[in-house]
Design a protein around this ligand. Structure first.
Ligand code: ATP
Length: 418
C-alpha cells in the first residue's frame, strides 16, 4: 500500500520540472526546520487524475508564516503574509506562486478526538473540505516525499468517479458545495453517490439564504467549464433553479437553449464584437427567460456588464423586435442599441429569421463610415441629437444598399438637408 500510494513518479512525470524541483526544495526546508509540509487540495486530485493544475497549495503543520519566511531565507523570492488567517503567499524567484496555510497543533484542546497524533491536524484540515476527492494531501518531507495522505478514501472515489461529501451536514454548513459538486460532475463526468445526492436535495433550500455574491462566485466557475448546458440541466435535477421560482418543466427548453448557445459560439463564431465564449450570465438568464421572470434575475446582476445583458434581453423579449421588420435597415433601426451578445441569446432561442439576423450582425460589424461628424458640420448641420439621427439614417441607407460610396453618401446628405 505504501508503494501504491507513492506519487513521486507521477509527480515527476506530470508536473513541470520547475514545480517538481520547487516542491522538493520545500520538502528540504521542512525537514531542516523539523516540521511537516503537504501539498493539498485540487492539485493532489489532479496529479492522480493526470490533469494539469497550476494552483500550488501547501499546508504546514505548525506555523505557516514562519515557514514562508524560512523559504525566503533558503531560496529567495518574496512573501506576502496574512497574519489574521495564518496564511502566506510565497513568490519564488522564478515567478511560481505557492499558497501556504498553517494547520495548527492543537493536541491539548481535544486530545480524545485525535487518535493519530502524527498527522491529526492535517486530517482536521482535510475533514473541513468539500468532497473526499479534494480531501487528500501529498507529503513533501524529504523522507516521505510523494506519500499520499488519504484518510477518507478519496483515491478510491476518484477511481469510481464519485463525488462524496465528508459528513452529513456538509451541504447545510455550506450550500455552495452543491454547486461545486455540479461543477466537478460536469468537469470530470463524475456523479455524486446516492447518499450525497440525497443530502444535496434536502439542503438545497438553504441556497436561498445565501448572498448573490457567493452564489455567483460558484456559478461563474460552473458555467465557464466545458459543458455549461449539461450543468444547467443538472441544476434542475438538483432543484437549484426551483429555489428561485423556476418550474422544473422548463428543463428541456433551457437545456436546448444552452446547447444552441454553446454550438453557436463553437461553430458560427466569426463575430468581432463577441467574446470567444458566452458569458456565464447568459446561461444563468436562460431559466428566468422561460419562466417569464427576468426580474427574478435582477439581484444576481452584480456587474455593469451583467446588468446591461439583463436589461437588453428583457427589452428584446418585451418588444420581440424583428417580428415585423422587413429589411436590413429596419432591423438596424430596431437592433442598433443592442449588443451582439444579447441578440445571439435570442437567435439561439427562437431560431426564427436566423440567417437574416446573422447577416445583419455581420453587416453591422462591417458597416463602412462614409461620413463623419466633421462632414456633417461642414455641410452646415449643427452638432446635437440631429447628428446621431442623421448618421443612423445613413447607416440604414447603407445597409439597404441605397448608398454604396462616399460620393453617394454626400449626395444623400445634401438631399436630406434640402
Ligand atoms: P479548480 O481546479 O477549479 O481550482 P479546486 O478543487 O482547486 O478546483 P478551489 O475552488 O480552487 O477548487 O478550492 C481549492 C480547495 O479548497 C478544494 O480542492 C477544496 O478542498 C477546498 N474548498 C474550496 N471551496 C470549498 C468549500 N466551499 N468547502 C470546503 N472546501 C472547499
Amino acid at each position: 500500500n505504501e508503494l501504491h500510494n507513492n506519487l513521486r513518479a507521477k509527480m515527476k512525470n506530470q508536473l513541470p520540472e520547475a514545480v517538481f524541483q520547487l516542491l522538493k526544495e520545500i520538502g528540504t526546508t521542512a525537514t531542516n526546520s523539523n516540521t511537516s509540509v503537504f501539498l493539498i487540495g485540487g492539485i493532489v486530485r489532479d496529479i492522480i487524475l493526470g490533469r494539469p493544475n497550476d494552483d500550488i497549495d501547501i499546508v504546514v503543520e505548525g506555523d505557516g508564516i514562519g515557514f514562508s519566511h524560512q523559504l525566503v531565507k533558503d531560496y529567495g523570492g518574496e512573501v506576502k503574509t496574512h497574519e489574521d488567517f495564518g496564511t502566506a503567499t510565497w513568490t519564488h524567484p522564478t515567478g511560481l506562486k505557492i499558497d501556504i496555510t498553517s494547520s495548527r497543533l492543537e493536541y491539548y484542546d481535544h486530545p480524545a478526538a485525535l487518535p493519530d497524533v502524527e498527522h491529526s491536524t492535517l486530517k482536521e484540515d482535510l475533514y473541513r473540505r468539500d468532497f473526499t476527492i479534494n480531501a487528500m494531501a501529498i507529503c513533501l518531507d524529504q523522507k516521505k516525499f510523494g506519500h499520499l495522505v488519504d484518510p477518507f478514501q478519496g483515491k478510491t472515489h476518484l477511481e469510481e468517479k464519485t463525488i462524496k461529501v465528508l459528513y452529513n451536514l456538509s451541504f447545510i454548513e455550506d450550500p455552495t458545495r452543491i454547486l461545486r459538486a455540479a461543477r466537478f460532475e460536469t468537469r470530470f463526468q463524475f456523479s455524486m453517490d446516492d447518499h450525497t445526492k440525497e443530502l444535496a436535495l434536502i439542503s438545497i433550500d438553504k441556497m436561498k439564504a445565501l448572498s448573490a455574491t457567493r452564489i455567483n462566485h460558484e456559478l461563474e466557475k460552473l458555467f465557464t467549464e466545458d459543458y455549461p448546458s449539461q450543468a444547467l440541466k443538472r441544476l434542475f435535477e438538483l432543484q437549484f433553479w426551483q429555489q428561485f421560482g423556476i418550474q422544473g418543466s422548463h428543463l428541456t427548453q433551457c437545456f436546448t437553449h444552452g446547447q444552441r448557445l454553446e454550438e453557436f459560439y463553437k461553430n458560427k463564431h466569426s463575430y468581432k464584437t463577441l467574446d470567444q465564449k458566452p458569458s456565464w450570465f447568459m446561461y444563468f438568464l436562460i431559466p428566468f427567460y422561460y419562466e417569464n421572470d427576468l426580474k427574478g434575475a435582477q439581484r444576481f446582476a452584480l456587474t455593469k456588464k451583467d446588468n446591461k445583458l439583463l436589461k437588453e434581453i428583457s427589452d428584446l423579449k418585451a418588444q420581440d423586435p424583428w417580428k415585423h421588420s422587413s429589411d436590413m435597415g429596419e432591423l438596424h433601426q430596431l437592433l442598433k442599441p443592442y449588443s451582439a451578445e444579447s441578440i445571439v441569446f435570442f437567435i439561439t432561442n427562437e431560431l426564427r429569421d436566423d440567417e437574416r439576423v446573422l447577416n445583419y450582425l455581420q453587416a453591422r460589424e462591417n458597416l463602412p463610415t462614409y461620413l463623419t461628424g466633421e462632414d456633417l458640420k461642414n455641410s452646415g448641420l449643427k452638432p446635437g441629437p440631429l447628428f446621431s439621427s442623421v448618421l443612423l439614417d445613413l447607416e440604414i441607407a447603407v445597409l439597404n444598399d441605397q448608398v454604396q460610396t462616399k460620393e453617394q453618401a454626400f449626395k444623400w446628405l445634401h438631399e436630406k438637408i434640402k
